[in-house]
Ligand binder design. Structure first.
Ligand code: GDP
Ligand code: IMO
Ligand code: MG
Length: 426
């Protein structure tokens, strides 16, 4: 298997956590490479539900290494709390490794996230308010504080002495009642550093050594392709490269090591946050899918917007990620509907459009074009999980065949429930 990358093909929450946990059985290392605690990955393990924000979803597989790569932005307080809460539930976290080069989310980043969203008005992305964007801005602006700085007091203080006065002036200029004290932040982050020290390593070296020895590495994407900072619906995106190429930058593993890229596709579309959504379903049908699919944000609890599956989005995702396979999730959620639709393109000024435009404001004016499918009945999904793919309802298989034909990417797995074993192989 060598190195496999798991990527959300839509706007996040496709079920990456579930599929990562499923794949982790055949992997030695499970690696987060971008994003931060804006992610919320749900895993059902031994009839318990876990919601992970920073720790890779491989943590439930004994003896596997869970790696937080250099491309992740880490809120150390959140990471410490997540480790503690896993330990309290008897999940061993001693195999968790944190990159010494990861950038840290600082208290001013969370405050800047709130301020920026306020200033952006209708251009706000509806962020998770975790400080993700401001932390990546400081990383690129080279004002960032990295994990390794926590172990070099002189360097940490020096960096804080440069950055904190800037932040204080910024908030003062906007009449915001926020101020940070260098010494206080210094002490707090040194304490975080002590708690995390046993996990900190050079993860690029570790991962490359593992690959050289023939071990299997699984990369767990966060967010989704259409939230990518370059390829997503900018500016209603997140602040990192969420696509497969991000796995290399965010881990220090070269592209020749990547052997497969699995796109995770929810059988319909969901979206938390603002921005255009051409195939969005409002009204009773949208409400039905939201309730049946439990479509409420794992990180923020916000109701997710839902819509039909959008092939324009999927073919785009297949292209920018070079997907070698797909996993379709939440197929069970669509059961019981008389009719199911797939958006195949958009109509705009008499023309049919099959590519996402760079000027995404146009998406608001595009009318979706749909292909209609006969629905399928509710099933005993556990029985189907035992019997395998062929036992799926015929109409559901037609729906899946159509996705496969149009994306030209083979479907490898179909998920028919949130639990680990509710997955069938195609
Ligand atoms: P992620 O961010 O991509 O890991 O996805 P989330 O965990 O945010 O959201 C996916 C939700 O769908 C979670 O509540 C999962 O437990 C659930 N889920 C995953 N796969 C399936 C499936 O095949 N069927 C159903 N009904 N729920 C699923
Ligand atoms: P997982 O990994 C869904 C969305 C936010 C907002 C935009 C920017 O669980 O799929 P940010 O806080 O990143 O600056 O917010 O991105 N967003 C997600 N939507 N799933 C996620 O993660 C998301 N992470 C961020 O709602 O629109
Ligand atoms: Mg999620």
């Amino acid at each position: 298997m060598a190195a496999t990358v798991i990527i959300g093909a839509q706007w996040g929450d496709e079920g990456k956590g579930k599929i990562t946990d499923y794949y982790a059985e055949r992997s030695d290392y499970i690696v987060r490479f971008q994003g931060g605690n804006n992610a919320g990955h749900t895993i059902k393990y031994q009839d318990e539900e876990f919601k992970l924000h920073l720790v890779p979803s491989g943590i439930f597989r004994e003896g596997k290494k869970a790696v937080i790569g250099n491309g992740v932005v880490v809120d150390p307080k959140v990471l410490i709390e997540e480790i503690e809460s896993l330990e309290e539930r008897d999940i061993d976290t001693s195999d968790l490794i944190l990159s010494d080069r990861a950038n840290l989310i600082m208290p001013y980043h969370r405050a800047e996230d709130l301020l920026e969203e306020k200033l952006k008005g209708d251009l706000k992305a509806g962020t998770t308010k975790k400080g993700i964007g401001p932390c990546y801005s400081d990383k690129v602006g080279r004002f960032g504080i990295r994990v390794i700085d926590l172990y070099n007091p002189k360097s940490l203080r020096n960096k804080l002495e440069k950055v904190i006065p800037m932040k204080n002036k910024l908030f003062d200029a906007y009449d915001e009642d926020e101020e940070w004290d260098v010494e206080e932040v210094f002490q707090k982050y040194r304490d975080y550093g002590k708690k995390l020290e046993k996990h900190v390593e050079d993860t690029s070296v570790i991962l490359n050594e593992a690959l050289n020895q023939g071990e299997d590495v699984l990369f767990e994407g966060a967010q989704g392709t259409h939230l990518d900072i370059d390829h997503g619906v900018y500016p209603y995106t997140t602040s990192s490269n969420t696509i497969a190429g991000g796995a290399c930058c965010g881990s220090g593993v070269g592209p020749r090591e990547i052997s497969s890229v699995l796109g995770i596709v929810k059988a319909y579309t969901s979206r938390v946050g603002t921005g255009p959504f051409p195939a969005e379903l409002e009204g009773d049908l949208g409400e039905h899918i939201r309730e049946k699919g439990g479509e409420y944000g794992t990180t923020t609890g916000r109701p997710r917007r839902v819509g039909w599956l959008d092939l324009v989005m999927l073919t785009f995702s297949a292209r920018v990620n070079s997907f070698s396979g797909l996993a379709i999730t939440n197929l069970d959620v669509l059961a019981g509907l008389d009719e199911v639709k797939i958006c195949t393109g958009y109509r705009y000024e008499g023309k049919e459009i099959r590519e996402f435009p760079a000027d995404i404001e146009k998406l608001y004016d595009f009318d979706p074009v749909y292909e209609s499918f006969e629905g399928w009945e509710e099933q005993d999904w556990d029985e189907i999980a035992e019997k395998g793919y062929e036992a799926l309802p015929e109409n559901a298989k037609e729906y899946l065949d159509y996705i496969e034909r149009k994306t030209e990417v083979p479907i490898k797995h179909v998920s028919i429930g949130p639990k680990r074993d509710q997955t069938v192989e195609k």
